[in-house]
Design a binder for this molecule. Structure first.
Ligand SMILES: *Cc1c(COP(=O)(O)O)cnc(C)c1O
Length: 296
């Protein structure tokens, strides 16, 4: 698969003598959002091997993971079940309409129940109800997805710094595992509070060359501000590269802010991974009357 890497030009980069590249894994598939393609790859192969015909997973009503799983499962000939947090709202939003078009069956659970989703009791209840399925956790992160995200970097990605957005930590863990020791991997959590996240990432990786940059979550998961939205619109205007409001927009905002603050030594090169998530911009546009770029 050919992944495009593109250099970004900007007066700030020139002034600070920094090279910034973006790796557009968002272009891997318009429907399986960037990193989710890598996270699903070996899970779907394993499900085939186990002869299951149904994939079951979890997510919120705007989840990139739900959209990606519905599409990829359907394409590979699986049925899929989405355990969706919260009550059904009709008409379905764009994310869930898309998942439904890809034959996903929804099962709505209350927020309290949803919090139990990792427990044996809850999973046994699902097994009673849906008989045989292959379970993929929320956000799609398990050992097989990390095997997949290890394929995001390749031998050409030799920059000093690799930057990526973080949700559950599966993507950055794969990236850390395939980075070289003299590279530094910077993770930008999209959520507030990252103590557990550090622990999780440590359990999935065997290297120390990473650092979490926790100042750019903009108040928490899916929280936005006018400054962030303006940044995304400007970036699209200047570079014709779309960023999403939940993950890659916040990361890129953080990268530029750190460059301004001289975080990176002169002469550094940076590779930012564009993990996709653009279907989520549609939901943002609907809910907040915005005009963010999206891909389908
Ligand atoms: C899901 C997602 C992430 C987070 O990936 P994790 O493996 O959960 O850390 C980052 N960027 C985008 C666009 C995503 O959809």
């Amino acid at each position: 698969m050919k992944i495009k890497t593109k250099e970004i030009s900007h007066s700030l980069l020139k002034e600070k003598e920094i090279e910034l590249f973006v790796k557009r894994i968002d272009l891997v598939s318009p429907f399986v959002s960037g990193n989710k393609y890598y996270k699903l790859k070996y899970n779907l192969l394993e499900a085939k091997k186990q002869n299951t015909d149904t994939i079951l997973t979890f997510g919120g009503a705007y989840s990139n993971h739900i959209a990606a799983t519905a599409f990829a499962a359907n394409k590979k000939g699986f049925k899929s079940i989405g355990i969706i947090r919260g009550e059904e709202t009709l008409p379905l939003n764009d994310t869930l309409s898309f998942a439904k078009e890809n034959s996903m069956e929804f099962h709505y659970v209350s927020r309290e129940e949803y919090r139990q989703k990792h427990t044996e009791g809850f999973i046994n209840k699902l097994k009673d109800r849906f008989t045989d399925f292959y379970l993929i956790p929320e956000g799609g992160t398990n050992n097989l997805s990390i095997k997949g995200t290890q394929e995001i970097l390749d031998v050409n990605d030799t920059q000093h710094f690799i930057c990526t957005a973080i949700g559950t930590g599966g993507t950055i863990s794969g990236i850390i595992n395939s980075s070289s020791d003299n590279q530094k991997v910077l993770g930008f959590p999209a959520i507030k509070g990252s103590e557990d996240l550090e622990k999780d990432i440590r359990s999935w990786t065997n290297k120390q060359n990473c650092k979490l940059i926790t100042d750019y979550h903009f108040g928490g998961y899916a929280k936005i501000s006018e400054m962030l939205i303006q940044f995304i619109l400007d970036f699209y205007d200047k570079n014709n590269i779309p960023l999403d409001a939940i993950y890659t927009g916040k990361m890129m905002f953080g990268i530029f802010d750190l460059i301004k603050k001289n975080y990176f030594p002169k002469g550094s090169s940076i590779l930012a991974i564009l993990t996709g998530g653009l279907q989520g911009n549609k939901g943002m546009n609907d809910r907040f009357g915005l005009n963010l770029p999206h891909n389908f």
